[in-house]
Design a protein around this ligand. Structure first.
Ligand code: UDP
Ligand code: MG
Length: 151
């Protein structure tokens, strides 16, 4: 069975604040496997597609300007139940509701500067991965580590 994947993105504030390594570290130390990673400027076209479900929200314009304010780091992580667990590692959308120990709980305060994105379902993850990584991701084996993490 194919392993589950999710799209995780460090937003412009996270890149500028130097939190890329910290965010990668949370997923790495949990035991998940990195299968794609890129630093890139965003564009209105990509963001309109990425956030197509939120077009009618009052905060949509503000969100797009925030996401256009600098480069982002996009990544794809793979492993058991990664979509749901990835969201738990990030914390709640509103950082003030996020538990300490989560990324948003530990490093930010306002919802409009909440550092990171994580896919909200397996279907969204597939859509977001093909949007941000049109050339695909890397399938590779962790020969020794895999059996130390999974039973
Ligand atoms: N957002 C905002 N105000 C809100 C709700 C969301 O500025 O009231 C921003 C916030 O940056 C959030 C993004 O819009 O991460 C996408 O919203 P969504 O509901 O998809 O939250 P997420 O999936 O990122 O937790
Ligand atoms: Mg979302």
């Amino acid at each position: 069975m194919a392993e589950e994947r999710t799209y995780i993105m460090v937003k412009p504030d996270g890149v500028e604040r130097g939190l890329v390594g910290e965010i990668i570290k949370r997923f790495e130390s949990k035991g998940y496997k990195l299968v794609a990673l890129q630093l890139l400027p965003t564009s209105r076209e990509l963001l309109n597609e990425h956030y197509c479900d939120l077009k009618d929200k009052s905060f949509f314009g503000k969100l797009i300007n925030y996401m256009l304010s600098g480069p982002v780091v996009g990544m794809v992580w793979e492993g058991k139940d990664i979509v749901k667990t990835g969201r738990r590692l990030l914390g709640e959308t509103d950082p003030l509701n996020s538990a300490p120990g989560t990324i948003r709980g530990d490093y930010c305060i306002d919802v409009g500067k909440n550092l990171c994105h994580g896919s909200d379902s397996v279907v969204s993850a597939q859509r977001e991965i093909s949007l941000w990584f049109p050339n695909g991701v890397l399938s590779w084996e962790r020969h020794n580590v895999h059996k130390l993490i999974y039973e």
